[in-house]
Design a protein around this ligand. Structure first.
Ligand code: NCD
Length: 310
């Protein structure tokens, strides 16, 4: 059984296969699996708008039945049932072949994978501050679609590098590519966890931290600028959050001197880190990115069906 717990579960060739299926889907070639009688459980113990909705739409489009919940409120989690038992219910009792799961505990998707073994395919839709591999897939797909390539680009990541699971999966995904340079822009206390820096170093990727004071210089270099919100829910100390809140904000003026084909990505939700006026510029790729969430998830599910149930 192939699962998608970490973006590292896929090789570059496999990522490209998913992108190929995504292109096919966009061109109108969507596979139909009604006759296989497959079912998917969408178990969202943490909030989600885009990830949950696009998975649901994608499964339905492919003829795969969906069930599950968008919040643990109203489920037996409130009575003290464990998340493991909840997952087992959807697999053992309801016959789900796919479990798409989002939860706040780091590493929990891998635990669920061990729990269900070969009985269902686990897709990690975000496990705490650890990883969000399907988001990285749609981000890379969007970069490739808009720039025509991923190799050779200069990519900036601005925001909460410590806690953003989106950034963690993106950085690991980029290790498959020949990136020109990665520029990391964040408050001092929100730098990458040591592990990710180690991976960048081991892979020989050129990366550096830059401060907002160097902004005018660095914005000129970038082909992609990825922005995220500060992950408030990951802070155990609310005062620590207050200290970094609002510490960076992309304004229209801050884009003076940027390359014409710069693309700005954001996984959304946005709080205040991107000026609404940027939405009207050709730089803003985040709505396209969210739309691609649906298409890439179609490509991914098709790939997983072929691998596991084909
Ligand atoms: C992200 C997440 O859940 O990690 N959202 C998403 O899936 N588009 C980013 C975030 O919440 O900031």
């Amino acid at each position: 059984m192939r699962h998608l717990v970490s973006i590292e579960d896929l090789s570059r060739e496999e990522i490209e296969e998913v992108f190929g299926l995504t292109d096919d889907a966009k061109n109108g070639h969507i596979r139909k699996y009604d006759e296989l009688g497959l079912k998917a459980g969408l178990l969202f113990f943490e909030p989600s708008t885009r990830t949950r909705q696009s998975f649901e739409n994608a499964f339905k489009e492919l003829g795969i039945e969906t069930m599950g919940f968008a919040s643990s409120a109203g489920t037996s989690i409130e009575k003290g049932e464990s998340k493991g038992d909840t997952v087992m219910l959807y697999v053992k009792s309801y016959g789900c072949n796919f479990i798409v799961v989002r939860s706040k505990e780091r590493g929990v998707a891998r635990y669920f994978m061990k729990l269900v073994g070969d009985e269902a395919c686990i897709i990690n839709a975000g496990d705490g501050a650890n990883e969000h591999p399907t988001q990285a897939l749609l981000d890379l797909y969007t970069i490739k679609e808009l720039h025509g390539k991923i190799d050779g680009l200069i990519v900036g990541f601005m925001g909460d590098l410590r806690n953003s699971r989106v950034y963690h999966s993106n950085l690991l995904a980029l290790l498959n590519y020949d990136i020109n340079e990665i520029i990391l822009i964040c408050p001092e206390t929100l730098r990458l966890p040591f592990y990710y820096e180690l991976r960048l170093k081991m892979a020989g990727v050129s990366y550096r931290y830059a401060s907002i004071t160097e902004w005018k210089e660095i914005i000129k270099e970038m082909d992609v600028l990825y922005v995220t919100r500060i992950q408030k829910e990951r802070f155990s100390d609310p005062l620590e959050y207050e200290r970094v809140k609002g510490s960076y904000r992309l304004t229209l003026e801050s884009l003076d001197g940027a390359k014409d084909n710069l693309i700005i990505l954001h996984p959304l939700p946005r709080i205040d880190e991107i000026d609404l006026r940027i939405d009207q510029t050709p730089y803003a790729a985040y709505w396209k990115q969210a739309e691609n969430g649906y298409w890439v998830r179609i490509g991914l599910i098709e790939w997983l069906v072929e691998e596991n149930y084909g």
